[in-house]
Design a protein around this ligand. Structure first.
Ligand code: TRH
Length: 398
């Protein structure tokens, strides 16, 4: 890839929102970081503006093209369309094997110099990733090569998304109890509950939420569970005996459940930072919880033939550092080691063991963060890789 000195590097990022918001959550983060920290002109192509708007309320639903945080956002609503080589970016990223429009690919082949084409894959802790990271794949018909880029937890992978100012922002927020209380208060959490164990809950609908609620009701110290609207609706409705709309709140025994609004993405980080324990899911909230420096429990996205069980075990093998109660609760939460719904004693025991280990887990979180930061951040690693493919000219530009 030879880039002209006089022009800024351009990058097109294609994102198909398969389900939920995770895919656009990751791509939006990546797009902003490329633009803000590396001065790259990013065009983000996304097929589902409604999902995008959930995490970024500034998104206009009916705009074909819009400018958001200096990123050009294209509503990608068709596979048709012709492109000229001049319209093709220097770097083209398809997220998770989404099909780039054939007209765009044809123009990529005609462009001189050719763009660097990357398929950004999903995150997994499995070992095979290290062998596949950065592997090339030739296009069956056109003179184009696509490279597979894997995020991951080791220095033989692309690492994790992490903005350069994230640590500083988190530390500032967490060292300011008033800011944290004001933030939680804005979400609807009463001031007199600030001393309770604060838990945020983000999971898929099949998580055993009611079983955990039952265990929390009997907890020694009060637990406040903050649930964004639209999450775990059945269990929350059953607990509250009312519609789980933002603002709804109910208490039973030691447990208070507060339904909070689904917040914009930057506020979600603050929610993770402000809570003592976070239940997260999928990929993006899972990674953000690792940067929050607080204990977390991951609900993994379910896959056919229980493939996700393998992925969960692979992560726990790397992460849990022999803290048994952390693995046990994680496996039960994902029904890998099922605890019967009625087995309240089982859930109470799992929870109590985990709660006791929380101080140890907090220390472990810090150590894990340092280890992950040692792998570099995904955006910088990706650009380093692009540079390694390019000429000396390209090196100066990226
Ligand atoms: O939405 P998800 O379930 O996404 C998943 C994963 O990306 C998974 O890998 C993918 O294959 C699957 O979708 C189809 O969970 P995830 O990844 O945590 O993304 C949620 C996003 O929503 C994340 O960017 C954080 C954001 N969010 C907010 O902005 N505000 C909120 O209040 C909440 C709860 C989340």
């Amino acid at each position: 890839m030879v880039l002209k000195e006089s022009q800024a590097t351009t990058l097109a990022l294609f994102c198909k929102v398969v389900d939920n918001f995770g895919d656009i959550g990751i791509c939006w983060r990546l797009a902003r970081q490329l633009q803000q920290e590396h001065g790259i002109h990013v065009s983000l192509w996304v097929d589902d503006l409604k999902s995008f708007q959930k995490i970024c309320p500034e998104v206009l639903l009916h705009a074909d093209i819009q400018q958001l945080d200096d990123v050009t956002v294209h509503h990608w609503h068709t596979q048709d369309g012709q492109f000229s080589p001049a319209e093709i970016a220097d770097i083209v990223i398809e997220f998770f094997g989404c099909d780039i429009p054939p007209g765009y690919i044809a123009a990529m082949a005609e462009r001189t110099p050719q763009p660097v084409w990357i398929n950004l894959e999903g995150l997994t802790a499995e070992e095979w990733v290290e062998g596949c990271h950065t592997l090339p794949s030739s296009h069956p018909r056109l003179p184009l090569t696509k490279y597979f880029f894997f995020p991951g937890f080791t220095d033989k992978t692309g690492g994790l998304l992490h903005e350069s100012s994230l640590e500083e922002q988190r530390r500032q927020f967490q060292s300011d109890p008033t800011a944290m209380a004001t933030f939680l208060g804005r979400l609807g959490m009463p001031v007199d509950e600030m001393t309770a164990l604060k838990v945020s809950l983000f999971c898929y609908a099949h998580a055993p939420v009611s079983a955990l609620f039952d265990a929390w009701k009997d907890n020694d110290q009060p637990v406040v569970c903050l649930v964004p609207e639209g999450v775990a609706t059945e269990a929350v409705r059953a607990f509250l005996g009312a519609e789980p709309r933002a603002g709804a709140v109910g208490t039973s025994g030691a447990l208070t459940v507060n339904v909070i609004p689904f917040v914009p993405q930057p506020d979600y980080d603050k929610l993770l930072w402000a809570c003592d324990l976070n239940f997260v899911r999928g990929e993006d909230s899972f990674v953000r919880a690792q940067w929050a420096g607080k204990p977390f429990i991951w609900h993994i996205y379910p896959q056919d033939e229980n493939l996700h069980h393998k992925k969960l075990r692979a992560f726990l093998e790397r992460y849990s550092a022999g803290i048994e109660s952390l693995s046990d609760l994680s496996l039960a939460w994902n029904s890998v080691k099922p605890v019967g719904v009625q087995e309240k004693a089982g859930w109470c025991a799992l929870w109590q063991a985990f709660e006791t280990a929380m101080p140890e887990i907090v220390l472990h979180c810090e150590q894990w963060q340092r280890q992950m930061l040692g792998n570099g951040d995904l955006t910088s690693n990706l650009l380093k890789f692009v540079r390694s493919l390019g000429s000396a000219d390209a090196e100066k530009k990226v």
